[in-house]
Design a binder for this molecule. Structure first.
Ligand code: CTP
Length: 403
């Protein structure tokens, strides 16, 4: 189930040319399962109509016309009290100023005062306006009150100027909304290190030994940690994936780099989820220059790459309170997995059968069995990698609570 399912999100739209992007955001949120109520300010209505939002959300979009309607006395309170989050995107310098000073001269600003849950602001204004001391002071006031901000981005403005003031793009804004909805979850205040992707071991400046890991399962675990309110350090071997908004990414390439990053990030971490496919072997020597065909077929001698989980086990009392490993097996899944659980001193092992076409490397689904030191086993049905990640994190929460 998505974190957006059954969430009630208020989307405030103010008078900026970026208002057209808010329609895309409303559509994306609705498709993700949220119930989206849109409030347009009078200036927003100059750029875009309520009908646009009604068409994508399937719900009535509110304007100041409703402020003076029959339900006016309860509307703002009703919206403000029932919503899980108020997102104001785009938010002009003018609305920012009103919010900072508690002014309430339209349905959106009145509702903002009635809000009981979080507020997330995506500013949009012309170059120079965001840096203006007046705007900066307003941002400062709102941050001090616990209001969250997404952006603004740097770039080209509709005015032709370049600078800081572009509204964050809807796809990324969705990530900020997801991050904000997760705050205060069961992993709030907990640092979790997650590794993902397949390491690359160089042979010469152009060639390397690597594996088929796409990083999808590890990235899904990082997202699930954020959804539960945790702080994520994502130690990521090269992948083509976009990291979830809110994750601190530590890019690495080789097993040695992954080991260094994991050992240093594990200090003070509550848990490590080792989803990366780390090389077991690496070329003993790395040629400084490209190996040339004319020199004949090279004999590649391999040596052992560091085993990151064994090194973590060696940290003793300094290791994270919960360590979760993965096992990718093509045969004797449970026997191999349970011996890894013991040898790597894990609190849980996620074993996946990579021989199945709908599980393991590259695909969006996975078939896993969870193994625990007390010999308990739980075989999960075919699931999306995001569902597998949510299940892993649900177990992580229980394991942390039991320590
Ligand atoms: N792992 C690790 N360092 C390595 C290799 C693997 O930390 N050099 C971790 C993986 O991230 C995973 C777990 O160990 O969480 C098991 O990885 P896997 O490749 O399945 O097992 P191996 O240790 O490589 O053992 P085998 O060669 O027997 O499959």
């Amino acid at each position: 189930m998505s974190i957006f399912t059954s969430k009630h999100i208020l989307l405030g739209v103010t008078g900026s040319i970026a208002a057209y992007k808010a329609a895309d955001l409303a559509s994306k949120l609705t498709q993700a399962g949220a119930q989206v109520d849109v409030i347009l300010t009078p200036a927003a209505e100059k750029f875009i109509t309520p009908l646009t939002f009604q068409s994508v959300t399937g719900r009535k979009a509110f304007t100041d016309a409703e402020l003076w309607g029959g339900e006016a006395h309860v509307l703002h309170v009703g919206l403000g009290h029932s919503a899980d989050l108020l997102v104001i995107a785009p938010c002009t310098a003018n609305t920012l100023g009103k919010l900072a000073h508690g002014l309430a001269d339209n349905l959106l600003t009145i509702t903002a005062l009635a809000m009981r849950s979080s507020i997330l602001i995506a500013p949009a204004m012309d170059a120079g306006m965001f840096e203006h001391p007046a705007t900066q002071e307003n941002v400062h006031i709102l941050c001090g009150r616990g209001v969250h901000f997404a952006g603004p981005d740097e770039g080209h403005m509709a005015s032709g100027l370049t600078g800081s003031g572009r509204m964050v793009e809807p796809a990324e804004l969705l990530g900020h909304i997801r991050l904000t909805l997760g705050f205060g979850g069961k992993l709030a205040g907990k640092k979790i290190v997650v590794t993902a992707g397949g390491t690359q071991e160089p042979l010469d400046p152009v060639r390397m030994l690597t594996n088929k890991s796409s990083g999808k399962q590890g990235y899904a675990v990082a997202q699930a940690v954020l959804d539960a309110g945790g702080t994520v350090v994502l130690v990521a071997a090269p992948t083509s994936l976009i990291p979830p908004v809110g994750a601190k990414v530590v890019p690495v390439r080789t097993a040695r780099e992954m080991q260094e990053a994991v050992l240093s990030e594990s200090v003070g971490a509550e848990a490590l989820v080792m989803a990366a496919a780390v090389a077991d072997f690496r070329p003993k020597t790395v040629a400084e220059n490209k190996l040339k065909k004319r020199d004949g077929i090279p004999q590649i001698e391999l040596e052992a790459a560091p085993d990151v989980l064994l090194a973590v086990a060696g940290l003793g009392s300094r290791k994270p309170r919960v360590v979760i490993g993965f096992a990718a097996e093509s045969r004797d899944l449970l026997e191999n997995a349970s011996s890894k659980l013991k040898s790597k001193k894990l609190d849980m092992l996620v074993a996946n059968d990579i021989s199945a076409p709908d599980a393991g490397f590259g695909v969006d689904t996975n078939r896993v069995t969870l193994l625990f030191p007390n010999a308990k086993e739980e075989t999960l049905p075919l699931m999306n990698k995001s569902e597998v990640a949510e299940t892993i994190i649900a177990h992580l929460v229980v394991l942390l609570e039991s320590r």
